[in-house]
Design a protein. Structure first.
Ligand SMILES: NC(=O)c1ccc[n+]([C@@H]2O[C@H](COP(=O)([O-])OP(=O)(O)OC[C@H]3O[C@@H](n4cnc5c(N)ncnc54)[C@H](OP(=O)(O)O)[C@@H]3O)[C@@H](O)[C@H]2O)c1
Length: 217
């Protein structure tokens, strides 16, 4: 599958490299694909991974991953050109975090009655937005492995077909079948769930070696 990953931060680089190793054609999107750190990433990722502008990557992908900080989401969507998202599955990894105060755990900028997932779906009404990967640190987004087994990935979105695509990509990256919480409005719960992960990070030495598992009987 052709996949455009919008964002060259830890999340974008991790997911793009992981998807490339699974045989997908990947283009990572950035403001300037010629800068050295982006070109070096392409070399390291291998498997034909390319870099392009946000618009080029959004046009390239049959499915897209949105992986930029909350303050830049609207700007990146504009740079990527909303028409490039039409009818495509868009994995939304974002958490709407306010700027961090040094030493203090960040807080959500929106919640209870709205979410980043809903904001992005409203900004891209023709896209099929699926919240995914927002509840785990980037270091465990590909082939997550813990002594107690594999963690679970929770997703939500309004389009059933898009959630099928998202689940296939999530499983290809080494996760169990994703747990579907329902429509994109459920991002109101998945984004605070990320705050539980982040709070534990701040209280436990910033090692990030934790993830969520739904136990059943
Ligand atoms: N880090 C994690 O472990 C983790 C885990 C779960 C969810 N998340 C969420 O995933 C998202 C991505 O996180 P991240 O840490 O990988 O990303 P990040 O480092 O915050 O964002 C990197 C991207 O933001 C773009 N950017 C920065 N300033 C910009 C500006 N002024 N205008 C347009 N674009 C700008 C950069 O563009 P250039 O490429 O041009 O520099 C880059 O592609 C966030 O919403 C975060 O909350 C993060």
């Amino acid at each position: 599958m052709y996949i455009g990953v919008l964002g060259t931060g830890d999340v974008g680089r991790t997911l793009a490299a992981g998807l490339a190793t699974r045989g997908h054609q990947v283009m990572i999107g950035t403001r300037d694909p010629t800068v050295a750190r982006v070109q070096e990433w392409c070399q390291q990722a291998g498997h034909g991974a390319q870099a392009g502008t946000f618009a080029a990557a959004a046009g390239f992908g049959e499915a897209l991953v949105l992986a930029v900080g909350w303050p830049h989401v609207d700007q990146v969507i504009a740079l990527a050109q909303p028409t490039n998202f039409a009818a495509k599955t868009v994995l939304d990894t974002t958490n709407p975090l306010l700027a961090e105060t040094p030493g203090q755990s960040p807080v959500l900028a929106v919640g209870h009655t709205d979410s980043a997932g809903e904001h992005i779906q409203r900004a891209l009404p023709e896209a099929r937005v699926v919240k995914a990967f927002n509840i785990v640190g980037h270091a465990h987004m590909v082939d997550p492995s813990f002594p107690d087994g594999r963690p679970d990935m929770f997703i939500c979105g309004d389009d059933a077909d898009a959630k099928t695509v998202a689940s296939l990509l999530i499983e290809a990256l080494g996760w169990p079948p994703a747990i579907d919480l329902g429509g994109i409005q459920m991002a109101r719960y998945l984004e605070p769930m990320a705050m539980v992960w982040i709070t534990h990070l701040y209280r436990n030495g910033f090692n990030g070696n934790h993830a969520f598992k739904l136990l059943r009987k």
